[in-house]
Design a protein around this ligand. Structure first.
Ligand SMILES: Nc1ncnc2c1ncn2[C@@H]1O[C@H](COP(=O)(O)OP(=O)(O)O)[C@@H](O)[C@H]1O
Ligand SMILES: CC(=O)N[C@@H](CCC(=O)OP(=O)(O)O)C(=O)O
Length: 261
């Protein structure tokens, strides 16, 4: 059997996106990755600022934004519009043939509106299906897909979807066709024993250590859904997952956290 081609799926979060210089450096590193690649971006911090500036009150529960109709308008404008197009233009400037997508484009990511027994998340989607054949075709023609955190339900409704989860679901779908490395890039050098101490990077994270550090509250907030997504992706076929600063995209020896089962 022929060996699978390698692909790198990278997720970049709101703190880097909100810092123009950091974003520029990140995109230069991302554009230099050899071979096939996909970028998934968040932008929660920018959406929160925009929402507050027009008098909306942002609310997050378990890392997910409560998204009513007014908030959905904001996140579509910010994620699928401003941030996605800005990133695509900057990648073009770095000679990566980027193309920006929401999940509705090409029916690339279909979701179900979140149905929680006690919390009404509003227009929030949980990924149901990835159009892997179309995505693989785009990749094999040299396109660098750039996904924002907006999906759709195939009934005309756009849905706000956690960007870490989109990266994880795309990586799982692509692992049927490619050898996938999933890299979660954020402002810190990795998952830390002490979230305030950048020198305390955990080199290898497994479910036992995660359970212990979560119980001790050393791991909290956005890191909890990120690690849940990581363990889920590894158990469903993704070959390799790293969490750390974007230096790790170009420097194989850079400090970061590798996820293990
Ligand atoms: N043990 C930990 N190590 C590193 N970061 C942690 C830890 N516990 C909590 N965090 C928080 O998790 C955040 C990263 O998750 P998230 O907010 O989803 O970021 P992003 O969307 O930028 O990827 C960090 O900014 C940090 O505040
Ligand atoms: C449903 C939901 O929570 N969607 C996220 C999507 C953006 C995101 O995930 O952004 P970061 O990666 O920057 O956190 C939100 O609106 O915050």
């Amino acid at each position: 059997m022929q060996n699978k081609k390698s692909i790198t799926v990278v997720k970049i979060g709101g703190n880097i996106i909100d810092d123009a210089q950091e974003l520029k450096h990140f995109l230069a590193d991302f554009a230099k990755i050899d071979g096939l690649k996909v970028l998934v971006h968040g932008g929660g911090k920018s959406a929160t600022k925009m929402a507050q500036s027009i008098g909306l009150v942002p609310q997050m529960i378990d890392g997910r934004r409560i998204t009513d109709a007014a908030m959905l308008e904001v996140v579509v404008m910010i994620y699928a519009g401003q941030i996605n197009k800005d990133i695509v233009a900057q990648l073009q400037a770095n000679n990566a043939n980027a193309m920006g997508f929401s999940g509705a484009d090409g029916n690339l990511i279909q979701s179900d509106k979140r149905n929680h027994p006690t919390i009404d998340y509003g227009f929030v989607g949980d990924v149901k299906k990835v159009n892997t054949p179309l995505l693989a075709t785009l990749l094999n023609t040299g396109i660098v897909p750039v996904f924002c955190a907006i999906t759709h339900d195939k009934n005309g409704q756009l849905l706000n979807t956690n960007a870490d989860t989109i990266a994880s679901e795309l990586a799982i779908a692509l692992s049927q066709v490619f050898e996938v490395t999933l890299s979660y890039c954020f402002e810190k050098p990795g998952v830390l024993y002490d979230a305030e101490d950048d020198s305390s990077v955990i080199a290898k994270m497994n479910p036992e250590l995660y359970a212990k550090l979560k119980a001790e509250k050393a791991i909290h907030s956005g890191m909890i859904p990120k690690l849940d997504n990581c363990f889920n992706s590894l158990s469903k076929g993704v070959q390799k997952i790293k969490i750390g600063h974007h230096k790790m995209l170009q420097d194989a020896n850079a400090v970061c956290t590798t996820i293990e089962l």
